[in-house]
Design a protein around this ligand. Structure first.
Ligand code: ATP
Length: 211
């Protein structure tokens, strides 16, 4: 079993996230990709997030019917700040015979050395970086201090290319709050969910509660 783990806030999920999962499934020959929404991402604590249960529901709507995609509530169930190394350790313990891949945008790869326990992250799962609009070229030399030359060589083999999609959850939230179209930027079911639950109705995101 080859399992891709895709962490993020997914507030809300958009087509950039979904395409990233799909190209990783295909190009890394994964059996499954699990979206793992963070409870409290260490780098995004200044903004109040949409409750975790609602971010999960939007993800479930977005991947409905896709057997190779799933949502894991591991980080939401654990609560507190969501550290990736803890998540990957738990998954390694629960699935000892599974090859883990940790999927991320290229911007996240550049930050990886500053994450908590980056060496352990690279040992527990193979980081797979996908290039994204506005992010720098992939520079694996940045990882010299946290991964062995052999591990870095493996990462180079699993560079994933996807059509660059200039979409972000920030952009979607702004579009929802100002009544602009989100058509073809997120699945229709997610769009309807946001409307029904009156999410992202304020531009400053302040009115919403924590996960
Ligand atoms: P926000 O705008 O709220 O910061 P985001 O759109 O960056 O959110 P996250 O949930 O924080 O989405 O991202 C999770 C992961 O998805 C990150 O690794 C990020 O680099 C990647 N990602 C997000 N949007 C895209 C995109 N359009 N193309 C490729 N990767 C993306």
């Amino acid at each position: 079993m080859r399992l891709g783990i895709f962490g993020g806030t997914f507030d809300p999920v958009h087509l950039g996230h979904l395409l990233l999962a799909e190209v990783c499934l295909e190009q890394c020959r994964l059996d499954q990709v699990w979206f793992v929404p963070a409870a409290l991402p260490p780098h995004k604590q200044q903004r109040t997030l949409t409750p975790g249960s609602q971010r999960v529901e939007m993800l479930q709507l977005a991947i409905s019917g896709q057997r190779s995609l799933d949502v894991s509530t591991l980080e939401l169930d654990r609560g507190g700040i969501s550290y990736t190394w803890e998540t990957l350790s738990a998954l390694r313990d629960a699935h000892p015979d599974t090859d883990l891949f940790f999927l991320m945008g290229a911007d996240s790869l550049a930050d990886l050395p500053r994450w908590r326990e980056p060496q352990r992250i690279c040992e527990l799962a193979l980081p797979v970086a996908v290039r994204r609009v506005g992010s720098a070229e992939l520079d694996f030399n940045l990882l010299d201090s946290i991964a062995s030359p052999q591990r870095i060589a493996e990462m180079r083999q699993f560079q994933v290319e996807m059509p660059l999609i200039e979409l972000s959850s920030t952009d979607l939230r702004e579009r929802f709050s100002t009544g602009r179209s989100v058509r073809f930027r997120t699945p229709r079911a997610v769009e309807k969910y946001v409307e029904t639950h009156h999410l992202y109705s304020t531009s400053d995101d302040v009115a919403r509660s924590t996960p």
